[in-house]
Write a protein that binds this ligand. Structure first.
Ligand SMILES: Nc1nc2c(ncn2[C@@H]2O[C@H](COP(=O)(O)OP(=O)(O)OP(=O)(O)O)[C@@H](O)[C@H]2O)c(=O)[nH]1
Ligand SMILES: [Mg+2]
Length: 400
């Protein structure tokens, strides 16, 4: 699974990325600091079931720290986009193609209003961040339009002659972006495009890609720089756009994670607070900087918001759940005896059979039945998985 970080320059995308991945990337208070995309690994955080089941676990595909399961996800930080990027302004939108594989997007917005629409510093509170939401969505739309609309009339005619349906045409053109035929069908219906595709205008296509973008690349807002006083009112305004919006201080998260890495504090991504161990080598200066984060960010918003965004991107935007497949339902283990080895992120609505196929094609194809490891009850292959399920799949196929 992959999430893309987008937004105008100087909004804090790379700070968010660096905080989420704990990697070093260029960060600076001027536009276009990032000139090529950064790829990294971050983690979705969820309560691990091992505590509830009363066992010690040996995670393989994920990590378990203090009863919290961290499941790896891919994250990409893009160079900033400015209004008119689709016509080549700024760095243009040449990097949007990097988002082809992204399942969801986090739009990092400078909620403090201290950077203008091109990311240049301005008096805090003077820029309205709501404007950034509209322009970014326009750029995404133009990106998709460019892909779907190239030689549209000619290609649409050809497919009409071949008797191919419009949804196949649209989904084929956007298949590189992971757009499915069902999404194309829904889009065509919602955009009320009834006539022949060769007759669809640019406006028709624009309407269509806007709808498809919302489904295929759902987006949420990270209202960043919440530590600055001008952000507070703007978070409310950003929420009014109707987009899922969470308050964030990427800078605070980066500072806390770096401090934790140096063992100055105890802190895990997503924690509501940090602790200073008695033997911590923290200086007075560091202590007061950390205290400031506590007062300005952790206390008012409950966390720095970075982990909350990553979780929300998968659990809310993409409506996914975490499940734990095991081989031995009594021991909650795999064949090597590792307890609760894997945590899988799957779309809500996934059946046991679909999970089995995801784990291994043959195991899925030859699946006999499943077992709910919590109570030993048998589950049929069309059982719809629930969040935090621990399930065993019994198959005629042997595991390697
Ligand atoms: N106060 C405050 N400043 C932040 C926060 N996050 C980032 N910044 C600052 O915002 C500036 C821009 O940060 P970057 O992470 O480089 O921004 P970007 O969006 O990646 O910018 P480009 O790469 O130019 O597109 C830097 O000076 C950061 O220190 C935050 O949560 N609070
Ligand atoms: Mg950057």
């Amino acid at each position: 699974m992959q999430v893309g970080i987008v937004g105008k320059p100087n909004a804090g995308k790379s700070t968010f990325f660096s905080a989420a991945t704990l990697t070093l990337v260029p960060i600076a208070n001027y536009p276009f600091t990032t000139i090529k995309p950064n790829h990294g690994i971050s983690y979705l955080r969820t309560k691990c079931v091992h505590t509830e089941l009363g066992v010690e676990d040996n995670p393989r595909n994920s990590k378990c720290i203090d009863g919290e399961r961290f499941i790896p996800i891919d994250i990409i930080d893009l160079p900033g986009l400015v209004p008119g990027a689709s016509e080549g302004k700024g760095l243009g939108n040449q990097f949007l193609d990097e988002l082809r594989k992204a399942d969801a997007l986090i739009h990092v917005v400078d909620a403090s209003g201290s950077t203008d629409s091109e990311g240049k510093l301005t008096q805090p509170g003077t820029h309205n961040p709501v404007d950034d939401v509209a322009f970014l969505e326009t750029e995404l739309k133009m990106w998709m339009l460019r892909i779907v609309g190239k030689d549209w009339e000619k290609i649409a005619r050809k497919t009409e002659m071949a008797g191919e349906d419009p949804a196949s045409l649209v989904s084929e053109r956007l298949s590189g972006l992971g757009v499915t035929k069902r999404q194309a069908e829904n889009g065509i219906k919602k955009a009320a495009l009834n006539g022949k595709p060769s007759g669809w205008t640019r406006e028709d296509l624009m309407k269509l890609v806007e709808i498809i973008r919302r489904e295929a690349k759902p987006l949420m807002l990270a209202a960043n720089k919440i530590d600055l006083p001008t952000s507070i009112g703007n978070v409310r305004r950003l929420k009014q756009t109707g987009e899922l919006t969470l308050p964030v201080s990427a800078e605070a998260e980066l500072a806390l994670r770096r401090a934790a890495e140096k063992r100055l504090i105890e802190y895990k991504p997503g924690d509501p607070d940090f602790q200073v161990p008695s033997k911590s080598p923290v200086s007075n200066e560091q202590k007061s900087a950390l205290e400031m984060i506590r007062e300005k960010v952790l206390k008012p918003i409950g966390s720095t918001g970075v982990q909350a965004c990553i979780n929300s991107a998968f659990l809310d935007l993409l409506n996914m759940i975490v499940v734990y497949p095991v081989e031995n339902p009594e021991k909650f283990s795999d064949h090597a005896g590792n307890i609760l080895p894997d945590a899988y992120l799957v779309p809500n609505g996934t059946t046991l059979k679909e999970l089995a196929l995801k784990i291994h094609t043959e195991i899925g194809e030859q699946m006999l039945y499943g077992v709910n490891a919590r109570n030993g009850m048998r589950l049929s292959d069309n059982y719809v998985l629930k969040a935090q399920d621990v399930v065993s799949i019994v198959s005629a196929a042997k595991r390697a």
